[in-house]
Write a protein of this length. Structure first.
Length: 183
């Protein structure tokens, strides 16, 4: 039976998420999630979305979708803001040092190998923990990715570049395939 992956494109509908440099987080996260799903199509994997269009889904409903599906892994995709730069990934604060954290390290390192070639660094320590609702209320290993800063011109320039987005989505997808032991 194929494993189940839930991709969670952050924000949507009336919630644009972070906005900057003529970009909206909700649009970028949906685009990244859809490209990831395309890249994962050749694997024995059932990819589900918390949203497939520009609609609002509550944080708890996002987690409930994954829980109802008995997903094997949950990946929430976001774009950061706040004047920083770089990439970071989060697991729930209770997952640090556990299996979920080990899986996150595989995904994080896969993505960072690509980003380093593009001149992108980790934001702070890179691998972080937080009490985010989608991480706290999912019943399976879960990660939240913050892919660059929409309000930093150098990061936004990359996020506006289709080839960069495809490269980033490719590494997210391959990292997820590794996490799910599909490669």
């Amino acid at each position: 039976m194929p494993k189940i992956l839930v991709l969670d494109p952050g924000h949507g509908g009336e919630d644009p998420g972070a906005v900057g440099n003529n970009l909206k987080e909700k649009d970028l996260t949906l685009k990244l999630a859809k490209i990831c799903a395309e890249k994962l199509a050749s694997y024995d994997l059932n990819v589900k979305f918390t949203r497939e269009n520009d609609r609002y889904v509550t944080l708890y409903e996002r987690a409930n979708i994954a829980n109802r599906l008995h997903a094997d892994y949950f990946c929430s995709i976001h774009i950061n803001a706040g004047g920083g730069t770089g990439f970071e990934s989060y697991v729930h604060s209770t997952a640090v040092g556990k299996h979920t954290d080990e899986l996150r390290a595989i995904l994080h390192n896969q993505i960072m190998a690509y980003l380093k070639k593009k001149g992108v660094k980790e934001h702070g320590q890179g691998k972080k923990a937080a009490n985010f609702a989608v991480l706290r209320t999912t019943a399976m290993p879960a990660v939240l990715l913050e892919c660059l800063f929409i309000d930093t011109p150098a990061d936004a320039e990359k996020l506006a570049d289709e080839s960069f987005l495809h490269g980033l989505a490719n590494e997210i997808a391959y990292g997820l395939a590794r996490v799910l032991n599909l490669v």
